[in-house]
Design a protein around this ligand. Structure first.
Ligand SMILES: CC(C)(COP(=O)(O)OP(=O)(O)OC[C@H]1O[C@@H](n2cnc3c(N)ncnc32)[C@H](O)[C@@H]1OP(=O)(O)O)[C@@H](O)C(=O)NCCC(=O)NCCS
Length: 179
């Protein structure tokens, strides 16, 4: 177990999670910001990349389970990303559509944000959001994030304008505020 929140538990994913992963990554509406649903091969590669990151970095997107039922309803976690010349820690979140609009993504992402501050000791946590993805921006805003910069990412052959949201660690924010 990586972390628990009031309603959710986050843990590493495994091949046993492929059916739940496919319900997320192969749903056309969920994957709009990623230019469409993934093929089986793309889902396998996605999971493989997360398993490699657990090994190399100690973190990646984790499975989000409902504590009440043990069902996997989403993915949320931390990854290294490059924005401009900077290497930053990003919180990512993708949930099964049947479980949207209940505050689960925000709850899980808050847990990951706090994990990044308390366990990884980073000064900022970022969220890279495609400029059309309003639901994702709203999660970032609920985490206390503000827009820091914009940039373009080329993904699946498409140039995608993005916003980089970030929130400062409580101690970093405290040390820069006027006395
Ligand atoms: C991004 C994504 C996870 C956001 O999901 P979401 O359901 O909008 O966000 P949350 O789970 O935090 O739920 C917030 C909503 O639940 C409501 N809510 C209901 N009960 C709640 C509770 N107990 N606590 C908090 N919020 C609650 C909030 O009012 C809010 O309502 P809204 O949807 O009308 O704004 C979802 O849209 C998704 O998976 N998208 C596809 C993948 C993706 O694009 N990921 C981001 C890549 S950058």
């Amino acid at each position: 177990m990586i972390l628990e929140t009031e309603r959710l538990a986050l843990r590493e994913m495994s091949v046993d999670d492929l059916p739940a992963l496919k319900r997320i990554l192969q749903d056309a509406e969920t994957m709009v910001a990623y230019e469409g649903p993934f093929s089986d091969t793309e889902v396998d590669a996605w999971l493989e990349r997360m398993l490699e990151r657990y090994h190399s970095d100690g973190f990646a997107l984790w499975a989000v389970e409902l504590r009440e039922t043990g069902d996997m309803i989403g993915q949320c976690g931390l990854t290294w990303q490059t924005i401009g010349d900077e290497r930053v820690i990003e919180v990512g979140y993708l949930f099964e559509r049947a479980h949207w609009h209940r505050g689960y993504a925000t709850e899980a992402a808050r847990g990951c944000r706090d994990y990044a501050f308390s366990r990884l000791h980073v000064d900022q946590v970022y969220a890279k959001v495609r400029d059309t993805n309003i639901a994702s921006m709203n999660v970032a805003i609920r985490l206390g994030m503000t827009v820091r910069t914009r940039f373009i990412t080329r993904y699946r052959g498409v140039d995608m304008p993005h916003l980089a949201f970030a929130v400062d660690a409580p101690r970093a924010a405290a040390s820069t505020s006027p006395t």
